[in-house]
Design a protein around this ligand. Structure first.
Ligand code: IMP
Length: 194
């Protein structure tokens, strides 16, 4: 598969920056949905895969440009996998500082000692005229007792990956990308490019 340019089906600058950093060594120009004035696609699916496919298929058809969509989220086992596909909407007005406080409080109120959680990511690549491909990644870990670290975005300061005693918010971007759900899904995507 030879790709020179893709549009990423997101307006989230944190996410686009991570994706641009991961793909720049491969000479792929990464545009955002805002660069092409593409609209937000409503995430009506109930799984990461459904939402990723929906976004990639819709925007590649609208723009005629290969489209990469990522749907991802944080799944907390004691909360039945929530916020999961609703991770972005769980935080009021996308205020993740508040969202993390709500999550820590909900976990406390659940009465469960189980702090295990995972980040999941599904990437869908839709190339006009080809069948859409999906690539999945996951990182297991646990929810910290309190927010820690200022790097990254979203729920990074409350997620401690397995094998570490610091949060994603404490890790620099290369250390996070090497083990993250998105990094792992991207490794599979890049494998398919070669
Ligand atoms: P969506 O994939 O655009 O629906 O958004 C998923 C949401 O999950 C993001 O807005 C973040 O809140 C959260 N999320 C996904 N990946 C990460 C990550 O790597 N770090 C922190 N939060 C994440």
């Amino acid at each position: 598969m030879k790709l020179e340019k893709i549009v990423v089906a997101s307006h989230n600058q944190g996410k686009i920056k991570e994706i641009r950093d991961m793909l720049s060594p491969y000479g792929i120009e990464v545009l955002s949905a805002s660069d092409l004035n593409l609209p937000d696609v409503e995430e009506t699916g109930t799984t990461f895969e459904e939402n990723a496919r929906l976004k990639a298929d819709t925007l590649s058809a609208q723009s005629g440009v290969p489209c990469l969509a990522d749907d991802s989220g944080l799944c907390v086992n004691a909360l039945g996998g929530r916020p999961g596909v609703y991770s972005a909407r769980y935080a009021p007005n996308r205020d993740f500082d508040k969202g993390m406080d709500m999550l820590l409080q909900e976990l406390e109120e659940s009465g469960s000692d189980d702090r295990s959680a995972y980040f999941a990511c599904v990437l869908a690549l839709a190339v006009p005229g080809c069948e859409t491909k999906v690539f999945e990644g996951r990182v297991n870990g646990r929810i910290a007792e309190k927010k820690q670290g200022t790097n990254g975005f979203g729920y990074d300061p409350v997620f401690i990956p397995d094998g570490y005693d610091v949060t994603f918010g404490d890790l620099d971007k290369d250390a996070k990308n090497a083990i993250s759900h998105r990094g792992r899904a991207f490794a599979k995507f890049i494998g398919a490019l070669k």
